[in-house]
Design a binder for this molecule. Structure first.
Ligand SMILES: [Zn+2]
Length: 160
């Protein structure tokens, strides 16, 4: 499962869970991801924090019955207008903005990420949003223990 903060065309933001990023793309393309506030289908992914950990029952868990439109099974793939695909430059810009946001709102724990995530999950330290680096194996192990993390490309803040 993957957690996204989404934003609709009218500026509402809400959280939802998807089986994986492909599932989100398909549902969004089929206009089946609707804003819970105004039913707008122009929904975009907002911030996807890198390696943000949250134990399932805490802060970032989906709000039952409020947001989170239940993702239906993807229907037949519908046309994805190429015009709406962001250009690589736009993608980099989006990723840079995400990075800035994460840096402002999360505590950097570096390579100790997996360890810190586990401590938070186990209640050994106070729950807080963190980010850092983890190997794919570490991320896998966290997922197996029910600790959800999000990954994102960590782009340089300035164009090289
Ligand atoms: Zn809305």
């Amino acid at each position: 499962m993957i957690h996204y903060t989404l934003r609709c065309g009218n500026g509402h933001s809400f959280d939802s869970w998807f089986r994986n990023s492909d599932a989100f793309d398909q549902l969004a393309a089929a206009r089946e991801v609707l804003c819970p506030h105004c039913a707008d289908h122009r929904v975009e992914r907002g911030i996807m924090a890198p390696n943000v950990v949250s134990s399932r029952n805490r802060a970032v868990a989906p709000v039952e019955g409020e947001a989170a439109p239940a993702p239906a099974e993807p229907t037949a793939p519908s046309e994805t207008p190429a015009a709406t695909e962001p250009t690589p430059a736009q993608m980099r810009q989006m990723l840079r903005e995400m990075r800035r946001m994460v840096e402002q709102t999360h505590t950097y724990v570096g390579p100790a990420f997996a360890e810190e995530a586990r401590k938070i999950h186990n209640g050994e330290v106070e729950h807080q949003p963190i980010y850092g680096e983890a190997t794919p194996a570490e991320a896998e192990a966290l997922a197996e223990d029910g600790i959800s993390v999000a990954r994102m490309p960590w782009v340089p803040i300035n164009d090289a």
